[in-house]
Design a protein around this ligand. Structure first.
Ligand code: PMP
Length: 445
């Protein structure tokens, strides 16, 4: 199998030759919060699939809902005036779930990148309908990750995900992220840094001209960029600036929606109501590719009350509102609510964060520890703690390999080790992850 993998399969976000040089882990099964591989390892999944398997791998109600939907209506598009029970019911449930965020309409997609693309397009169209066709630019945060479509890649803050595919969408500008460990201001106080980043946003808006900007897109807690939680004043500050200048605020909650931060949504965590929200991932617990863009009432009204014909939406996917995905999402949402997952995410997240801080006392390799908001944590590795020299790839690979053999799947992203386990894991599972990481760090020291 490993040879066939190397010969015929290209992996995402990897060099095509990587799987020839490093034989991959062939995953053969998953139960609860654990995965098993072809070589007989059974480990706690510290990555939660890819931030998405919030409820673990044995969620019977989702499995049953998928099977029942396959029997009843396996697929029909919702183009051209057709609709179905599953997509309607889900829209109603999402409306209830996101009501505290001020979001009432759902536009279905097939994943996170689709949701981001949809939100960017709807933002442009919103301004066009209102007669402000000049509002076409997008602002976002350095270190932000917004998927792989040309729109999403253009607003991605990490140049590594942009440069191979340039030229991208013109008019996308990135402002400094509230990242205390490294920032252009040399500021380590979170509150002061938040203010500096907000000033940078104001400056960029003034420079570009407020009337040229369609939207600002941000993750409430930066995820793939290395788990960077801002100071609590940051997102409310962004909201205020966007409102003042007529710029839409898109919350990219592909990771943060549905409980991961210890709150039901990342925006709610910071007490902010966005204008649009992209979601995907945990909406089906990873059981079916699905996503939704949630739309604020006041944005929806602009589209729904337009009589010029400009509001017809020229955007949608064959799998917008796949009934099997909708059935999976309905069962997933119901389980997510029944289990009140943010509660365990907050408690186990605090335990994991504390454990990482303890590891930092033991290993000079750990430059920075980030977390404290549910089950999104990261450590940033350095070869020299005083100089904050980023670690080399060989060392992070060793940490990952040894941690895996010691009982936990962890994720490397540049110099960061990211932890985003299922939200239903136990205190003992957290201890397994910490012990495995301890072993990995000891081997790399
Ligand atoms: N936005 C954010 C914040 C993400 O973390 C991701 C994926 N990690 C995406 C968008 C893209 O989602 P997908 O990979 O499902 O296309």
């Amino acid at each position: 199998l490993k040879e066939h993998n190397a010969r015929s399969l290209w992996h995402p976000m990897a060099h095509p030759a990587d799987s020839q040089a490093n034989p991959p882990t062939i995953v053969t099964g998953a139960q609860g919060v654990r995965i098993t591989d072809i070589d007989g390892h059974e480990v706690v999944d510290g990555v939660g699939g890819l931030w998405n398997v919030n409820l673990g791998f044995s969620c019977q109600p989702i499995k049953e809902a998928i099977a029942a939907q396959l029997d009843q209506l396996p697929y029909y598009s919702i183009f051209r005036g057709t609709t179905n029970d599953a997509v309607i019911q889900l829209a109603e449930e999402l409306r209830a779930f996101f009501e505290p965020d001020g979001l009432t309409r759902a536009f279905y997609t097939s994943g996170g990148s689709d949701s981001v693309e949809t939100a960017l397009r709807l933002a442009r169209q919103y301004h066009k309908i209102r007669g402000e066709a000049g509002r076409v630019k997008f602002l976002s945060l350095k270190k932000g990750y917004h998927g792989t479509h040309f729109g999403g890649a253009s607003v991605n803050g990490n140049a590594n995900f942009r440069t191979q595919y340039e030229p991208l969408l013109p008019g996308c500008h990135h402002i400094p992220a509230p990242y205390t460990y490294r920032n252009p201001f040399g500021e380590s106080d979170p509150e002061k840094l938040a203010q500096l980043c907000l000033s940078a946003l104001e400056d960029e808006i003034a420079f570009q001209g407020a009337g040229t900007i369609a939207a600002f897109i941000m993750e409430p807690i930066l995820g793939a960029g290395g788990v960077i939680p801002p100071h609590e004043s940051f997102m409310p500050g962004v909201r205020e600036i966007c409102s003042k200048h007529g710029i839409l605020l898109i919350a990219d909650e592909v990771i943060t929606a549905f409980g991961r931060t210890g709150s039901w949504t990342g925006s709610r965590h910071w007490g902010v109501q966005p204008d649009l929200m992209s979601t995907a991932k945990a909406i089906t617990n990873g059981y079916f590719p699905f996503g939704a863009v949630m739309i604020a009432e006041h944005v929806a009204e602009v589209f729904e009350k337009d009589e010029t014909g400009r509001a017809a939406i020229g955007h949608g996917y064959t799998y917008s509102g796949h009934p099997v995905g909708a059935a999976a999402a309905l069962a997933c949402l119901s389980e997510t609510l029944r289990l009140n997952v943010p509660e365990n995410a907050a408690a186990r997240g605090a335990q994991l964060y504390q454990g990482l801080l303890t590891l930092q006392e033991k290993f000079d390799l750990i430059g920075d520890v980030r977390g404290g908001h549910g089950l999104m944590c990261a450590i940033e590795l350095v070869s020299d703690r005083a100089a904050r020299t980023p670690i080399d790839k060989a060392t992070t690979n060793t940490v990952q390999e040894v941690a895996y053999r010691s009982g936990a799947m962890i994720r490397i992203s540049g110099p960061n080790i990211i932890l985003s386990p299922p939200l239903v894991l136990t205190a003992e599972d957290v201890d397994v992850i910490l012990a495995a990481l301890d072993a990995g760090l000891a081997a790399a020291r």
